[in-house]
Ligand binder design. Structure first.
Ligand code: NAD
Length: 677
């Protein structure tokens, strides 16, 4: 071997107890050399006749936190994980896992082959594989039910939420709690006490519990799991554990694991895991860039977005000044914020006193000059260039030097807004998504003159308030809304040719989107961006708006809505479509679902390729992050650019060409080489 094996597992002896210690910073992942080390050191401890019990613990901040995901998809190296686990489980001396930090995934599976577990109170234990579209495939689904019973095992594997040590103790997942600072000693003492009991291999334990939990979980989570394979595969494995002998259960688990591991869903989910982390990186940012200090935040406009944006900051303890033009609008805006917080408090998310604390951080004002002491000011007034320019001109005279001036515009040219100030380097777009206190996405729009430290600070503050921030360049609609435009346009054309709103929407919801183009238009309001002239009717949307069919808020849009906001197909809309079709001289025909995919989803990929070509997104995976976190693109399809690779870029180009679209050069290029993004 040319490369030396890192010495990441060592053996210590404390009298008759051997302690196997893993040291593989930062999180003691199960890299190949850790597996090798475990195998070697356990063999040594078992061969040593003076050793009567073995403790497995880790150095550093955590127990084995999981698999080394950088090894996924690479050729295998080092001993097989299952073989290592089997030799620990089959040890002829009691083996005790001593757990601190997090024992997740492969980490918990390692703890599960130990015969006993002791943990510090702050430890977290879980099998989060389902969140990457996988299942704990090293015996986790078979051993967990043998330790905690069917109910807890089904819940833990299918939801992937870790449990804290105290709860784990109640469940029987942990046998004893150690002192917060005395795990090493307590584990050795605990091990000594187990010598008389002897080994207790998990595989030999009985599976107990009520299997009806499995159907119950499926019913409870039907909506959340729609389209996902992994939760169901996890449950199938736990169910198998209740009826199959251990080794057959393991074989069943292996098969299910293989399907997930080599299927597209997990690949997409793992792609998103890395994409999200990658999005935070700004290309070309010098390492020593100093971020600007943000303590006080100003918000202009207390409407839908202003109030929602402010909530993010209040929750993180930032003092906020919010400015409106009218007292009434200010009062209304603050009342909405309070109502939202109180609703969350009623659900137990906040304590009532926390609500008061957060509301107490607000300085409401009708005077722009009150923003003078703010470090970051976010404008969220009407989407109108003149209004925004007026505000930024005033801000330039008010804001302190070094303050960051941000606009929440959805479409407007950030450079044009910046140009009215004497400090365009301090101007940036911070495009939140509605509802701004809920949606995870933040597009940080980089103007031509935006300073790097301003960009980096905006990205950093986004992370601080719990958002996934993505850098976007200046263009109409930035990344997300720009890609939405061709989809909405084409969806309207499809209506004229013979599709119904319900058919188009169903193709999208079947694909895994939370809603289709027309459901989305009705939710947002069909009147958004409407010219407001009821006599100027140039599109189906104009006709809807002229009749007051402004969407859900009017109980009528592309659909009719009842008092409970239940949608039904609208005969009136069908009539309007028919009129337009006649006027345009278009003959109605049957539209296939495949054509809807080709004309509404493929153009999004095409637009994404243009965005990349123009450098308006730093990387394809950033576009995926925008669509997964901002618009609910199904994570198991990995965002539009990742999906393009699954679908086949050549197939996409063929589909687009068939319908007369012009193809983005980058997409053409990928199709020619039959590669993805
Ligand atoms: P809104 O109409 O709900 O709120 C705008 C508020 O700004 C109103 O309360 C108004 O009184 C106030 N205002 C107007 N001029 C002002 C001034 N000079 N000083 C102080 N306050 C002033 O609008 P919204 O939906 O919150 O949209 C605000 C911005 O956010 C727009 O640029 C919009 O494009 C963008 N945006 C909206 C959404 C969305 O889904 N609603 C999503 C992302 C971005």
């Amino acid at each position: 071997m040319s490369e030396e094996t890192p010495n990441s597992v060592r053996l210590e002896k404390h009298g008759n107890v051997a302690v196997v210690i893993v040291n593989n910073p930062p999180v003691n992942a199960l890299s190949w050399h850790v597996r090798q080390g475990l195998e070697d050191q356990f063999a040594a401890a078992l061969a040593d006749d003076s050793v009567e019990a073995i403790v497995l613990r880790c150095d550093g901040s955590t127990f084995i936190a999981g698999a080394d995901i950088s090894e996924f998809g690479k050729p295998p190296r080092g001993p097989d994980f299952n073989a290592v686990l089997n030799s620990i489980e089959n040890a002829t001396k009691p083996v005790i896992a001593a757990i601190h930090g997090t024992a997740l995934g492969g980490g918990l599976e390692t703890a599960l082959v130990c015969h006993y577990r002791i943990a510090v109170p702050s430890a977290l234990l879980g099998v989060p594989e389902v969140k990457l579209g996988l299942l704990p495939g090293a015996g986790g689904t078979q051993r967990l039910p043998r330790v905690v019973g069917v109910e807890a095992a089904a819940t833990m594997t299918s939801l992937g939420e870790p449990v804290p040590a105290a709860k784990a103790k109640d469940m029987g997942l942990v046998d004893a709690l150690a002192g917060a600072d005395s795990l090493a000693e307590d584990a050795i003492a605990f091990a000594r006490d187990r010598i008389a009991d002897g080994p207790r291999p998990t595989r030999a334990r009985e599976v107990v519990g009520d299997i009806s939990i499995i159907e119950k979980l499926k019913t409870q989570n039907a909506k959340r799991w729609k389209g996902f394979d992994a939760p169901y595969a996890n449950l199938a494995c736990v169910e198998a554990a209740t009826r199959l002998p251990f080794d057959e259960g393991l074989a069943f688990e292996r098969t299910e694991f293989g399907k997930l591991m080599f299927g597209t869903q997990s690949a997409a989910q793992r792609h998103m895991f890395f994409a999200e982390r990658q999005a935070a990186k700004i290309d070309g940012l010098p390492k020593d860039t100093k971020l600007r200090d943000i303590k006080k935040v100003g918000i202009i406009g207390a409407g839908t977005m202003g109030g929602g944006i402010m909530m993010n900051f209040l929750q993180k303890g930032f003092a906020c000044t919010i400015v409106e033009t009218q007292q009434e609008a200010l009062d209304r805006g603050l009342a909405v914020v309070r109502k939202n917080y109180e609703a969350s408090a009623a659900k137990g998310r906040f304590k009532p006193e926390q609500v008061e604390q957060m509301m107490g951080l607000i300085t409401p004002s009708l005077i722009m000059a009150d923003l003078a002491d703010c470090d970051l000011i976010i404008e969220a007034v009407y989407e109108n260039m003149d209004v925004k320019k007026d505000i930024f001109t005033k801000l330039d005279g008010i804001a302190k030097q070094g303050a960051i001036l941000a606009t929440n515009t959805s479409y407007l040219d950030v450079n044009e807004i910046a140009a009215v100030t004497s400090r365009p380097q301090d101007v940036v777009g911070m495009h939140f998504f509605s509802p701004a206190n809920v949606m995870k996405l933040l597009e940080v729009v980089r103007g031509d003159k935006t300073a790097l430290d301003v960009l980096a600070t905006a990205m950093g503050i986004g992370k601080k308030i719990g958002k996934v921030a993505v850098v976007a360049g200046v263009c109409h609609g930035f990344i997300g809304n720009r890609m939405l435009a061709p989809r909405q346009l084409e969806a309207q054309k499809l209506l004229l040719e013979g599709a119904t709103p319900a058919q188009v929407d169903k193709v999208h919801t079947d694909f895994g989107m939370p809603m289709g183009p027309f459901q989305m238009a009705d939710l947002a309001g069909t009147d958004i961006g409407w010219h407001r002239d009821p006599n100027r009717i140039e599109s189906i949307r104009d006709a809807l708006c002229a009749e007051g069919r402004w969407g859900q808020k009017k109980q009528a849009g592309f659909y009719d809505y009842d008092d409970k906001r239940q949608a039904s197909e609208s005969p009136r809309v069908a009539e309007l479509i028919e009129q337009f079709r006649k006027q345009a001289g278009i003959e109605k025909r049957d539209i296939s679902d495949q054509e809807i995919v080709e004309r509404t989803l493929y153009p999004m990929v095409n637009e994404g390729a243009l965005i990349l070509d123009e450098g308006k997104a730093q990387r394809a995976s950033d576009i995926d992050v925008v669509w997964v976190y901002g618009y609910g693109w199904p994570v198991y399809r990995g965002g539009p650019m990742f999906w393009a690779g699954l679908e086949g870029t050549d197939k996409i180009v063929d589909g687009l060409s068939k319908h007369g679209f012009s193809i983005a050069p980058l997409l053409k290029n990928r199709a020619d080489s039959k590669s993805g993004f």
